[in-house]
Design a protein around this ligand. Structure first.
Ligand code: ADP
Ligand code: 5GP
Length: 219
């Protein structure tokens, strides 16, 4: 099984190293929607819960969607080196706590990161071989605005700010390994799931292969 320290323990899956699966998109394009579906469908995938200083939105839960903390707590965590990366987004601070991620990767656990391009760049610099970067695009700017309005979580000023920022965010598309247009949710989700499945099978992640192949070729 995935967690087994043995290269092959009678199951089909060889021991492998986990991966850091990053989903980014301009705000409103649907990355949270896709992320939730992935987490439901993929039990071996855990969410990296970021810390943020922004206020909690209706429907969000502290500890599930984010760790909602104040600026002083955030600064303290930065000082103590507790973040893999952190950034200012829309006037608030967001950061990825190191927590259990490093240990989990060794045992074959995968982590989903819902972070922007700045965080993606930093994570990629720190852990290039573990990182898979997926960028989600809206089918059009008109549709992006409709989704932001339809979500009903932000004031019209916040929506305008997000729209103003969308083109700048989209301009980072070429810093990602995969780019998927979120036209139809199910189609987009299917594509993202295929990316995850293929990336899990990369030779470099299958740390059990060396011993397994050695066994196969022993004569
Ligand atoms: P993000 O996390 O990128 O800010 P969300 O996942 O919150 O975006 O999606 C924004 C809004 O658009 C939500 O109301 C969501 O239900 C809706 N939405 C997401 N994907 C689609 C899609 N493919 N078609 C129509 N609406 C969508
Ligand atoms: P929201 O406030 O809509 O949840 O998120 C705003 C933006 O912050 C999104 O683009 C999201 O990807 C980004 N974000 C969330 N968590 C983190 C994080 O830990 N680090 C970075 N760099 N960005 C984050």
């Amino acid at each position: 099984m995935i967690d087994s320290p043995h290269p092959h323990s009678g199951h089909d899956t060889l021991h492998r190293r986990g991966l850091m699966f990053i989903l980014s998109s301009p705000s409103g394009a649907g990355k949270t929607t896709i992320a939730r579906k992935l987490l439901e469908a993929e039990p071996e995938l855990g969410l990296s819960v970021s810390a943020t200083t922004r206020p909690i939105r209706p429907g969000e839960q502290d500890g599930r969607d984010y760790h909602f903390i104040d600026q002083a707590q955030f600064d303290q965590m930065v000082e103590a080196g507790e973040f893999f990366e952190w950034a200012h987004v829309f006037g608030h601070c967001y950061g990825t706590p190191k927590g259990h991620i490093r240990a989990g990767l060794k045992t074959g656990r995968d982590f989903l990161f819902d972070i922007d391009w700045q965080g993606t760049q930093q994570l990629h610099q720190k852990a290039e071989s573990d990182v898979v970067r997926v960028f989600i695009l809206p089918p059009s700017l008109d549709e992006l605005r409709r989704r932001l309005e339809g979500r009903g979580t932000d004031s019209s000023e916040v929506i305008s700010a997000r729209m103003a920022r969308a083109q700048a965010e989209i301009s980072h598309w070429d810093a990602y390994d995969y780019v998927v247009v979120n036209d139809d949710v199910e189609t987009c989700f299917g594509k993202v799931r295929q990316i995850l499945a293929a990336e899990r099978m990369r030779r470099k992640r299958q740390t059990g292969l060396i011993d397994f192949v050695r066994e196969l070729t022993r004569s």
